[in-house]
Unconditional design. Structure first.
Length: 479
């Protein structure tokens, strides 16, 4: 029982010494020594400047009234992944604002770092001289004194003083062996808790126009105009309208003749002599809910609907039904209504006799519009030149306007919410300003093809050669 208690206490002590730190300064490691198998190597400085120590949002801790005095019990110096073929050759020295502190000198015997291990130094750790080989007894107290004995680690408020500069050197005092380590760090916490940083709300992501930046175009020698291209777009948070125009249904027929045709966008069927031609289709999926469904239909009968009854129905009930003794019938209509994804529409036509041409129906102009979100935005150009056009020197400013809509599925329409936003950008085209030759050089022979009217336009760029020239339109051809 006693042995169990001692083991638990040792684990508690280790956890109490090594804790989360407010600051970690990191330097690069390297070979031990840097060259050869003996000599001292300087691994550079790490620096803490309290005047620049800041919250994630950039607010300086000193401006918040922080006391940046280091808690010496928290100071932890770590050399990571140290390996050396003769550990007791090494003299490890930390220099704190110009004053040296011996961390460990000639400890670890010959095998202490044969297997790579971390070296961790803290006040209150194991004595450095107790490391006589094998795995380092981390944490280790600095051999030359404590971190607490240094004012820089115990009594300097770095909001008023500083900075803190720490240097690491390792001296291999005997030849014939070598090694390396990964990084070295100096970590510490402050004696007083840091003040709370300002709470910064994350930016709210909203619909926005991806607006092109202003640009300037310089004309080349001889050029009089330049073609410009631009394409503002809406970001992914603006929603989209997805429209399905293919019925995508299926016929169920019986008897003959039953003439049924479906080319995707137009559906038609004709029955006679006891045949049947029913057509059903399903409203497509839509993540935001109901769709605006619209289509046109016709029904024709050369006798009376009783002999060729027709019924058109959907998720909201019967749309049209003709079954009575009403004589020759020719009907048509348009459907516009809200329908849930997965809803089914059916057109049913049956013939009861073989007289005349029977009955016939058509379905066309199908549209199922789904809004990807509760509101969607549209974007259109409201002023300025068009993309892809040639334009002479000058400044051209374009305006695109985005407008927010709600899908009024029941009326198959977009209802504006009144919210708009604009994107404005300008393109400046500058005349060619480089040197222009004052001596014209012309081609002696120019081959020109005449058009169907036996005419051809001769332009300066066809005649002039050499250069550089200004805008070709500034030159006149005379014959």
């Amino acid at each position: 029982m006693k042995k169990i208690l001692l083991t638990f206490f040792s684990a508690f002590l280790c956890l109490g010494l090594i804790q989360a730190q407010d600051v970690t300064l990191s330097g690069a490691g390297g070979l031990i020594p840097a060259t050869g198998t003996s000599g001292s190597t300087d691994y550079g400085d790490v620096v803490f400047d309290g005047s620049t120590f800041a919250c994630p949002d950039g607010t300086l801790y000193c401006d918040l009234g922080a006391d940046l005095t280091i808690d010496p019990a928290s100071v932890t110096v770590t050399l990571a992944n140290v390996q050396h073929t003769f550990a007791s050759d090494l003299e490890i020295t930390l220099t704190i604002n110009g004053v040296a502190l011996d961390l460990s000198s000639d400890n670890g015997s010959f095998d202490g770092l044969d297997t790579a291990a971390d070296l961790v130094f803290m006040d209150g750790g194991a004595a450095a001289t107790s490391w006589t080989g094998g795995t380092p007894p981390n944490p280790i107290e600095p051999e030359g004194g404590t971190f607490a004995s240094f004012a820089d680690f115990s009594s300097v408020d770095y909001c008023a003083g500083g900075p803190l500069t720490v240097n690491l050197t390792i001296n291999d005092d005997a030849g014939g062996d070598s090694g390396s380590f990964g990084t070295w760090t100096v970590a510490f916490s402050f004696a007083a808790p840091l003040p709370a940083c300002p709470v910064v709300a994350p930016p709210t992501e909203t619909c926005a126009i991806n607006c092109p930046a202003d640009q300037t175009i310089e004309l080349e020698p001889g050029e009089c105009a330049e073609v410009v291209f631009f394409e503002p777009t809406l970001n992914d948070l603006c929603g989209t309208l997805e429209t399905t125009t293919i019925f995508g249904g299926m016929f169920t027929t019986a008897g003959a003749p039953a003439d049924a045709t479906d080319n995707g966008t137009d559906v038609s069927a004709q029955t006679d002599n006891g045949s049947t031609a029913d057509y059903s289709w399903t409203v497509p999926a839509c993540a935001s809910g109901n769709l605006a469904v619209s289509f046109d239909w016709t029904y024709d009968n050369d006798e009376s609907p009783f002999w060729d009854p027709f019924t058109l129905s959907g998720p909201n009930g019967v749309i049209a039904s003709f079954t009575g003794f009403t004589g020759v019938t020719s009907e048509s209509g348009s459907v516009c209504e809200s329908a849930a994804p997965g809803s089914v529409y059916t057109a049913a036509l049956t013939s009861r006799d073989g007289v005349g041409d029977g009955g016939m129906y058509t379905l066309s102009n199908y549209s199922a519009v789904c809004a990807s979100a509760a509101t969607v935005w549209t974007l259109e150009q409201t002023s300025g030149i068009m993309s892809g056009t040639y334009n002479p020197a000058g400044e051209y400013c374009m305006v695109y306007t985005a407008e927010e809509f709600m899908l009024d599925a029941a009326n198959c329409a977009l209802a504006s919410t009144g919210e708009t936003m604009e994107c404005e950008f300008c393109i400046t085209i500058n005349d060619y300003t480089g040197p222009v030759t004052s001596v014209l050089a012309c081609n002696d022979h120019v081959n020109i093809s005449l058009d169907e009217n036996c005419q051809a336009l001769i332009t300066p760029d066809m005649v002039l050669e050499g250069g550089p020239y200004g805008c070709y339109e500034d030159y006149t051809i005379t014959t």
